[in-house]
Write a protein that binds this ligand. Sequence first.
Ligand code: F6P
Length: 545
Amino acid sequence: MSTAPAPKTPLGKLSAWNDLKQHAEELRGKHLRELFASDAARGEKFRVEAEGIYLDYAKNRITDKTMQLLLELAAQSGLRERIDAMFRGEKINITEDRAVLHVALRAPKSASIKVDGEDVVPEVHTVLDRMSAFADRLRSGEWKGHTGKPIKNVINIGIGGSDLGPVMAYEALRHYSRRDMNFRFVSNVDGTDFAEATHDLSADETLFIVSSKTFTTLETMTNAQTARKWALESLKDESAIARHFVAVSTNAAEVTKFGIDTANMFGFWDWVGGRYSMDSAIGLSTMLAVGPENFRRLLAGFHTMDEHFRTAPFEQNLPVIMGLLSVWYNDFFDAQTVAVLPYEQYLKRFPAYLQQLTMESNGKHVTLGGETVSYQTGPVYWGEPGTNGQHSFYQLIHQGTKLIPCDFIGFGKTLNPLGNHHDLLMANVFAQSEALAFGKTAEEVKAEGVADWLVPHKVFEGNRPSNTLLLKELTPEALGKLIALYEHIVFTQGTVWQVNSFDQWGVELGKVLAKKIAGELAAPADLQHDSSTNTLITRYKQLRG
Ligand code: F6P
């Protein structure tokens, strides 16, 4: 689409939006204690179980009417139509004139999804089969390095969506990974990242995966050139590059220019956004770590959640419910952030991964129609694995002045049963959401014999909302479902806010300026920036000597 889209009814003019505004005022003074006291079955009512994920959303500041209005908002926002348009391969990413089809990356062979009249599913499976064949050869030792040694170390070079997904998935699925191999990730243009990733490795046992959708990203290209130099310093032969470098990209021309044979390139497509690409060939490092079989289990998990999102009625639809609840707090309760708190050590990088997914997607202030919004859009997502967060920032969530809705994530079974560790871990999940919701009144504190002056310090106001997600065990399927759940939460939010969740123009200006300044740092230059930037550049030049 090269023209502006047809105008939509502005969000502020939707009757459900205005009803919610009014309803929020009715609920503002209500405490979760009262909501629970007035409905003994609340815990059984506000919950959904689907596709192996149990969502308890009873500890939210909602009533039946809230949910009814939020679901009405979804309907009035055209969520159903927009989901269908995405799955049909329509170019809903209008500012880049692209389809949005990460869902095609995990569609089974039998599916058919068309872009510009062409079925993309066969291509997806051709790449997957090539990745699997390569993974089998590498993991079995059949693929040899230049000196005849098998590959022991795999280093993914990429940034943003070409890094965060692979790192997160590697950490999340470590239990399923090859323990006799090293997997490392270099993203930052800070040379320390590369130096630390390679300092104890030998080049003849190392494979670099250069992962970049565009193959032009400054950080990745700089690290890839450094990797090339590092490898050639010991391998001393240009022909070694073919055994030690593979590329993942949509840009075959740039891959060839870099010197990687396209026979060693795994492609994907412009209809896969960077932050939605970890299940494309960008997941090659994941597949090398956990094997093709487990990678396909991961994809199956994604697909299960896709189908749930596409077909489940909204009142039982996990991403729709969670997306709408986040809109509720973001727009009617002035909540600025959402904390995602996985009580699973393997998910330690999940919040970092979600930061790009959520904030690069919905950090927008202009609607699809080009108007400046008059409401809040994407909240800040952040988090840490439990219980570590409890001993760090939970104080602010419990007693600070900000409202921070939390998503707790827990599992029925641990992959590392050790004494009663897992029960203790899970006891903390339940304790935290209970404490946040119900708090501790001044009367309760006084009854403990606390001195009057100390009472206010020990009161927990409560009424702090949370969702709790429970899954059975962290399998590849479970991880795929969780990631797809958040992808579709983002989609639901973006649809309500009427923003394009699939472009990222906000990252461009900094890139252009950095390129200009890099030139000015490389040679004497007449600095034409503002006085602060000029002074900083001059001072840096003095410092570096
Ligand atoms: O700068 C942001 C961004 O464009 C992300 O959207 C993307 O995931 C990342 O850079 C990396 O891009 P590429 O995969 O093209 O190197």
